[in-house]
Design a protein around this ligand. Structure first.
Ligand code: VG1
Ligand code: CO
Length: 544
């Protein structure tokens, strides 16, 4: 087997976004595109000799082919050992778990997460560092800089590796071990949650749930845990086989894309609990019978009940949420007397807080919740947390949420996405808002008077690094807020995200339908940002 050095020229668009490098499959399939980015990573993380990396992906189209290329490049770049999820499969949380458990140098996850897959869909590459978390911005910036200067990459000339059979093989000097993608993760879940109690919940025959794997990575994990370990009936996991095109589904667990699950949960014969995960298994959607739990509320409720869960008995050190996430968890933190951190969007910003033991639970409004058990958000973990609450309280999801609102107040919350809008116009909209910030204060729109407005900037309390321009925040008197930002995970045009939030302390006014309760604020959001005229759209593409 020989090592080949191939000359190449840089691509100028390899700057990782909110979570890894995401592009259309057709972009990744261009000659040298994947190779350039992978070589940039290898060049930046330094000596691979004596090191182990883990490799896997969410099973989407191009996963297996890309993995073969990456393994040949890893061997050529002197990596000592590669752990590979069987069949090329590894969820994002499982990868994080494995990096931490075996003290690895890091890992590569092939996924575009919640973005659609298939030949016309998206592909992505994420690099996770030693703590198991996504590479922080300062690291991804270095990868990007390197990608702009790259002149050659190294690859081994070798036949394809069998990634489907468990066990060891070699590629040049590199040891390859094909591992079970599920077992380490399941073991960790068994430590955090009381599986015996959860089995008890299913064995009563009084409790039923549906879990939607969306034909993405979590099916095998959900079956191993819910069906094999906890005794849930076979049919509990739907869309449970990972498929390269996700069976035509869009693996984003929200009310629009998890259509079948939502229909089941809205029906007369709905089970007690419904849940779904995204492409790479780090997101979760939680549903009760005809009831949707907003991710922001879910985080607050988990925080308020954490001490009942074995893994969190000793209490929470603090909590953290991304800036656009509703402030429901802030109320719980205040009640518990713990710190609450507000970070920019993206899980990479939680890593330092978790490592420094300043936060135990973290969450994002985009269906992401997690804890210090790993350094990624974790879809099935959230499902097991909710199951544990249900096993403890034996009341319905709706009752649990309504009770929470009565105690802590309700944060009416919704996100409106305008997808695939003209990129230049979207940037103009944000620039215009930025220019208006100082004038907005004191102005009244509808019933809302602006108390404050800024462009969110985050100073990491652990390493002091600063991240600017993380979203336009407009605060109103009476505890309402609008946030505007552009997505950093899309691959086509721009996506404008508008986050709307309004606090309601009075239990008598907490029963309103969300969009109705926010109707006034939604109008104000358009009036201030001129959304319709900049985007040319009269309504959002997705409302969650
Ligand atoms: C979105 C979400 C963000 C999440 C990110 C990655 O980013 O808003 O909260 O961390 O996706 O999630 P953006 O920049 O498009 O708003 V995942 O599960 O797609 O890796
Ligand atoms: Co994801």
């Amino acid at each position: 087997m020989t090592i080949k050095t191939v000359s190449t020229i840089p691509f100028t668009d390899q700057r990782p976004g909110t979570s890894g490098l995401r592009k259309k499959v057709s972009v990744f399939k261009q000659p040298n595109y994947l190779e350039n980015f992978i070589q940039s990573i290898f060049d930046c993380i330094g000596g691979l000799h004596g090191k182990t990396l883990v490799f896997g992906g969410d099973g989407r189209y191009h996963n297996r082919e890309a993995l073969q290329v990456i393994l040949r490049m890893a061997a050529a770049n002197g990596l000592s050992k590669a752990l590979v999820g069987q069949g090329g499969i590894l969820s994002t949380p499982a990868t994080s778990c494995i990096i931490r458990k075996y003290h690895l140098r890091g890992g590569i996850i092939l996924s575009a997460s919640h973005n659609p897959g298939g030949p016309k869909g998206d592909f992505g590459v994420k690099f996770n560092v030693e703590n198991g978390g996504p590479a922080p911005e300062k690291v991804t910036n270095v990868f990007y800089e390197r990608s702009l200067a790259i002149e050659r990459y190294k690859i081994m000339e070798a036949p394809d590796i069998d990634i489907d059979t468990l066990g060891h093989s070699r590629l040049g000097d590199m040891d390859i071990e094909i591992i079970d993608p599920v077992s380490d993760y399941v073991e960790l879940m068994e430590i955090l949650f009381d599986f015996k109690k959860l089995r008890g919940l299913f064995s009563t025959g009084q409790f039923s749930m549906v879990y939607d794997g969306m034909h993405a990575v979590t099916g095998p994990y959900a079956k191993a845990i819910l069906v094999d370990r906890l005794g849930a009936p076979e049919g509990t996991v739907i869309h449970g086989d990972p498929l390269p095109d996700f069976g035509g589904l869009h693996p984003d667990p929200n009310l629009k894309y998890a259509k079948e699950l939502v229909e089941i949960m809205n029906s007369e014969v709905a089970p007690d609990f419904g849940a779904a995960s995204d492409g790479d298994g780090d997101r979760n959607m939680i549903l009760g019978k005809r009831f949707f739990v907003t991710p922001s509320d879910s985080l607050a409720i988990l925080a308020s009940k954490a001490e009942k869960i074995p893994g969190y008995r000793t209490g929470l050190k603090g909590v953290a949420r991304s800036m656009p996430t509703s402030r429901a968890v802030d109320e719980v933190a205040r009640y518990l007397g713990i710190d609450c951190y507000e970070t920019p969007t993206g899980w990479k910003y939680f890593g330092n807080l978790l490592d420094a033991e300043r936060a135990t639970l973290c969450g994002e409004e985009s269906f992401g919740t997690g804890s210090d058990h790993i350094r990624e958000k974790d879809g099935l973990w959230a499902v097991l947390f909710w199951l544990s609450i249900l096993a403890e309280e034996r009341s319905s999801i709706e009752e649990i949420v309504r009770k929470h609102w009565r105690s802590f107040g309700r944060h009416f919350y919704s996100r409106h996405d305008y997808e695939d809008v003209d990129s230049q116009k979207a940037h103009e909209l944000i620039d215009r808002l930025r220019g208006q910030l100082s004038d907005l204060k004191g102005q009244t729109f509808g019933n809302y008077c602006v108390r404050d407005a800024d462009d969110f900037e985050y100073k990491d309390p652990v390493d002091g690094s600063i991240s600017q321009h993380q979203g336009i925040r407009i605060f109103f008197e009476g505890d309402a807020r609008i946030v505007y930002r552009l997505s950093g995970t899309g691959t086509q045009g721009a996506t404008l995200r508008v986050y709307l939030e309004k606090f309601e302390a009075n239990p008598e006014r907490q029963g309103q339908e969300t969009q109705e309760a926010l109707a006034g604020l939604i109008k104000v959001a358009d009036e201030i940002a001129q959304i319709k005229s900049f985007t040319g759209r009269d309504k959002p593409s997705v409302i969650t």
